[in-house]
Structure formats: C-alpha cells, structure tokens
Design a protein around this ligand. Structure first.
Ligand SMILES: Cc1cc2nc3c(=O)[nH]c(=O)nc-3n(C[C@H](O)[C@H](O)[C@H](O)COP(=O)(O)OP(=O)(O)OC[C@H]3O[C@@H](n4cnc5c(N)ncnc54)[C@H](O)[C@@H]3O)c2cc1C
Length: 344
C-alpha cells in the first residue's frame, strides 16, 4: 500500500493538484481510485475486510498522499474516523450494516468533533425516548457533498446531581441538509475542494440505532495525541514536496539542510507516540517547517513562484492550512512561540 500510495501521489494526485486547487473541486475519480485500491479500508481490521495496515505504514501513506495533493488527502483522511467508530462500536447492527461498505469505500464518511474538543462544546445532545436531539454548531466540517455520512460527536446535556454528566455521544448521520440541519458554505484560501462547511443543528434527530458510542469526555480525549501524530503527516507531506521542488529548482544544498530537519521532526513526532507530552511541540514543529519550506520554495523559484498556476504559491497556502487545521491549544501556543521568537 505504501508503494501504491507513492505511485498514486506521483502519477495522479500531484499532476492534478494545481487544477484541484484552481477549481476548488476534487475529481470524483480521485476518490474512486483510492477506494478501488483499498485506501478506504486501511484502518479496517482484516476480519471485517480491511487491510489493518501497521501504524508506520499508515503514516507513510498519509504523508505521501498529502505531498501529492493536500486537498484530496485531507478529505479522504476524515473517512477513517468512521471506520474506527464502526469497528469499535458495541452497536453490532450498525457495524453490520455499514462497516463493510465503509471499508470498501462504497460509503464515504466525514467527522465533526465540535461537541467533543472545544471548551465549552459547540454541539449538544439531549436524550429522548428513542435517541438524541442535537443542537448547536459544527464550525468546520470537511467533505460536504462528497461524503455520504458524518460521524458527529456532541456533549450530553444531562445533569446528574446538578452536574453535567459530560459524556460524549457519537453517532452516524446522513450528510444531507434537511430537518434540523442547515449548511453554510465556507470560502477558504486553501483546500477549497475539501468542501468544508459550517453546520448548524437545531433539534436534529439521531435515532438510538445510529449511535456508535457514549463515553466520558476523558475517555474520548484519551488518544488525542495519536490524532496529532496522524495529522502531522499533512504538514510533513507539504514540507516534503517543497523540499523536493527546492532541489529541482537547483538549490540542492538548501534542500539537503531542510531534508535533514524534516527527518529530525519526523523522529520527534514518532517520539511523541511514546511520550505524549512532547507531541504538541513536535506537531507544531512540523507545521512551522512546512510554512518555512514553502517560503523557501517561493524564493528558490523566484518571482514566478507567486504566479497563480505555480505549485509554490499553492504550497504556501497549503502550509498555512496546516498551521490551523486539526490544531489544539498546545499546538497553537508552540507555533506562536516559534513565530514570535526574536532573532538577536
Ligand atoms: C479547512 C479545515 C477543515 C476542517 N475540517 C474539520 C472537520 O471535518 N471536522 C472537525 O471536527 N473539525 C474540522 N476542522 C476544525 C479544526 O480541526 C479546528 O478548527 C481546529 O482543530 C482548532 O480550531 P481553531 O484553529 O479554530 O482553534 P483556536 O482558534 O485556537 O481555538 C478555538 C477553539 O476551537 C476548538 N476546537 C478544536 N477542535 C475543534 C473542532 N473540530 N471544531 C470546532 N472547534 C474546535 C479549540 O479547542 C479551541 O477551544 C477543520 C478546520 C479547517 C481549517
């Protein structure tokens, strides 16, 4: 799968990346190819028809595809939350109904964490006799019009002894506007083709049959650092592409220096897996490197780098995207610390 990812990134994604960026749309054939080659089932278990690739291979694939076309890789990447949710759910009927199709990429998914990560939460779930009512908003949801389903997490409004229970309710909803759900398009400077939108929920009905989990907030957040390692690949992919193009622009010595730093930051990200406290700084370093490498690429190719149909300006905007997408307060602090450093 790692080799396949390299081939797809070089032969399909990268050649189309400027067009995807300019049109603000990803060809459906990109996702069909990824599905046909098994990439929607990377994180599915073999007993469910998935590939169950090991974690280092997953990271390699994600970084490689991000270096091909960040917009495509980011949009496709959201799907794995749905596969993980369906794999781990105690709701056997739901798993039976959707997991196989999700692993085959016949059913494609996105995710909304706005009820789980932000403090205070943006999205709330109120229990009814037959399920939950969602109210609030999800300010950034990727894949609208591309995905079939969204895995949505919302904070339980219930009180126990006067205190919020604080549980996080997660369910699968159809990615369609309709009763109780309103959609606002967003206009972004990068990855517009990811079709990222703002959703507003008002008493949106999630039947109990669609719920994948209800867990404590603490349990929900337990593996956040794994997510940071995975989405660090977006920045590393952008940085890697820039470094390669700096070399191709005849500035091999700078490319070598940056490549060495790229390797060191990858080691720091991997180190964060065993030492989660260090992950936010490593994740921030990856985005800072991507941003710096993209700047260096513009300088290396010269003024033509800011022309609309050049990769350099696209990569600057995509590096900017990695500064905030999937950010967390600790990553933000580390990035601001790095950008705010005063040179003597
Ligand atoms: C292009 C793009 C696409 C995105 N797609 C998705 C998506 O598909 N699903 C999704 O859940 N999120 C998505 N996000 C949201 C993104 O992950 C959060 O915005 C980011 O993690 C932190 O938010 P911030 O940079 O606004 O944080 P800050 O301005 O630093 O802080 C604002 C608050 O937002 C909180 N926050 C963290 N995560 C989220 C979140 N997911 N939604 C709302 N607020 C959050 C932060 O903890 C913080 O409290 C997307 C963001 C971008 C830029």
């Amino acid at each position: 799968m790692v080799e396949r990812a390299h081939t797809i990134a070089e032969e399909v994604l990268f050649p189309a990346a400027l067009e995807v960026d300019a049109r603000g749309a990803i060809p459906g054939s990109h996702f069909d190819l990824l599905a046909a080659q098994g990439f929607y089932g990377l994180m599915g278990r073999p007993e469910h028809g998935g590939l169950g690739v090991d974690f280092p291979s997953l990271l390699n694939i994600l970084e490689t595809l991000s270096g091909g076309c960040l917009t495509t890789a980011f949009t496709w990447y959201q799907h794995h939350s749905v596969v993980r949710g369906l794999t781990g759910t105690a709701n056997a009927d739901l798993r039976e109904k959707y997991l196989g199709a999700a692993i085959r990429g016949e059913l494609r998914g996105g995710v909304s964490l706005a009820g789980a990560i932000p403090q205070p939460p943006r999205l709330w779930a109120t229990a009814t006799n037959s399920g939950w009512l969602l109210s609030g908003e999800a300010p950034f949801v990727t894949g609208w019009g591309i995905v079939d389903m969204l895995q949505v997490s919302a904070r339980n409004t219930a009180l126990q002894a006067g205190e919020p229970t604080g549980t996080i309710v997660t369910g699968l909803i159809d990615a369609e506007a309709g009763a109780g759900i309103a959609v606002e398009e967003l206009h972004m400077i990068a990855a517009q083709g990811s079709n990222t939108v703002r959703l507003r929920f008002e008493n949106y009905v999630v039947p109990a049959e669609r719920v994948t989990a209800e867990v404590s907030h603490r349990d929900f957040l337990a593996n956040q650092w794994l997510g940071s390692r995975r989405n660090g690949c977006l920045a590393m992919g952008v940085a890697g592409r820039c470094i390669r193009m700096i070399g191709e622009a005849g500035r091999g010595e700078i490319a070598e220096l940056l490549r060495a730093e790229h390797g060191v930051i990858r080691e720091r990200l991997d180190g964060g897996l065993g030492d989660p406290e260090t992950m936010p700084a490593a994740r921030a370093a990856a985005s800072e490197l991507a941003y710096r490498c993209a700047g260096a690429l513009v300088v290396a190719v010269g003024s033509s780098g800011i022309l609309a149909r050049q990769h350099a300006q696209r990569l600057v905007r995509e590096a900017t995207f990695t500064l905030v997408a999937a950010g967390r307060p600790e990553i933000k602090d580390n990035l601001l610390g790095a950008f705010g450093r005063v040179h003597e």
